[in-house]
Design a protein around this ligand. Structure first.
Ligand code: ADP
Length: 328
């Protein structure tokens, strides 16, 4: 596994070395030919000057013509050389960026596959173990309830994960049939916050919304949108953190804010985190589990509902994710 993880990086290093070698070779060859042509030009001019007869009455005029021709050629070579160099450099930058992007996408997809495998295996293993325990041992009622509750939590996680994967690939391929109906956000929010309180009893969830705040949209997609933000708020914040969710109507728009007291998002990452498979930091040192699909899906769902999702800094620390959707 470890070897596989480093493979794209090694390949990238080899490709980069070959690339620099070729580029330097091409530029060196260009300079070599430029110098050779200039030398030839000067040689030709001096041969022509030698051929001139000194007592020719047009001698000075002919010398000037030969000099002018040599100068013109020198300018021409310089101009062509600079044009070639510019084309080569523009092409080189283009190829460099394209190859790097390609490798990055390949590495992200590779990480995604590993994360997915892990994310799928853990809840299945936990659920299996819990069910086997229930089958094998006669446990007291309260203990049984606790194990069943844990199993349900893992199944919910599995459900969220598969929803994220399936819906994002369906949305990507245009295969998802979006439903358009009235969605009562206040009711949905209340229900989801209730579920979060059950799933994460250590955290505190505050919820604020006016009664009957509604939008038109697909209930499943809106649920996934809010759920991904709530999950992230818990996942990336310290244990027991307070997560605030506020829904409000501003003009013709509905605004949903999810605020957490976690590490927040550095300015340089604020746009990138919405890209597919993108996760901040390095796969080897990252502690939080994930696939890099959540926020990508959030942005896609918001856009499909003619809305937006953005991130700003919370005070004193943390992130505020803001969804804006057109109201009914
Ligand atoms: P995942 O959580 O599966 O990695 P997401 O698309 O949901 O993928 O998030 C992308 C990245 O953005 C995360 O890997 C994380 O680094 C960062 N991120 C998302 N939400 C938060 C948050 N509330 N606080 C801090 N960082 C976050």
């Amino acid at each position: 596994m470890k070897r596989l993880r480093f493979l794209p990086r090694q390949k990238l290093a080899v490709a980069t070395a070959i690339y620099w070698f070729l580029l330097l070779y091409i530029i060196a060859a260009l300079f070599f030919w430029y110098i050779r042509l200039q030398q030839q030009n000067q040689q030709m001019a001096s041969y022509k000057l030698l051929e001139l007869v000194a007592d020719d009455p047009k001698y000075i005029g002919k010398v000037e013509t030969i000099q002018q021709e040599a100068d013109r050629k020198a300018y021409q070579y310089r101009g062509e050389g600079i044009t070639f160099l510019a084309i080569i450099l523009v092409g080189a930058v283009f190829v460099f960026r394209a190859v790097r992007r390609q490798f990055k996408v390949a590495a992200q997809q590779h990480n995604f596959m590993m994360a997915i495998t892990h994310e799928l295996k853990t809840p299945i293993a936990v659920a299996k173990l819990n069910l086997e325990t229930l089958l094998k041992h006669r446990l007291e009622e309260s203990r049984q309830q606790k194990i069943l509750q844990m199993t349900l939590q893992e199944t919910n996680r599995l459900n969220d994960l598969t929803n994220n994967i399936l819906i994002s690939s369906q949305l990507e391929a245009g295969g998802y049939q979006k439903v358009q109906q009235e969605v009562d956000l206040t009711e949905l929010g209340n229900k989801m916050i209730q579920e979060m309180r059950q799933r994460f009893p250590d955290n505190q969830f505050n919820f604020e919304a006016p009664p009957d705040l509604s939008i038109k949209g697909d209930p499943l997609l809106i649920r996934i949108l809010i759920s991904n933000l709530l999950d992230n708020a818990v996942k990336y914040s310290p244990r027991g953190a307070v997560v605030d969710t506020v829904m409000k109507q501003t003009g013709k728009q509905v605004v949903i804010e999810v605020r957490d007291p976690g590490p927040g998002i550095p300015d340089a990452e604020k746009q990138r985190i919405f890209k597919r498979f993108y996760r901040i930091g390095n796969e080897e040192v990252r502690k939080a589990k994930g696939t890099g699909l959540g926020l990508y899906l959030c942005r896609k769902i918001a856009a499909d509902h003619h809305g937006t999702v953005a991130v700003t800094d919370n005070t004193p620390a943390g992130a505020i994710f803001t969804i804006t959707l057109p109201s009914l």
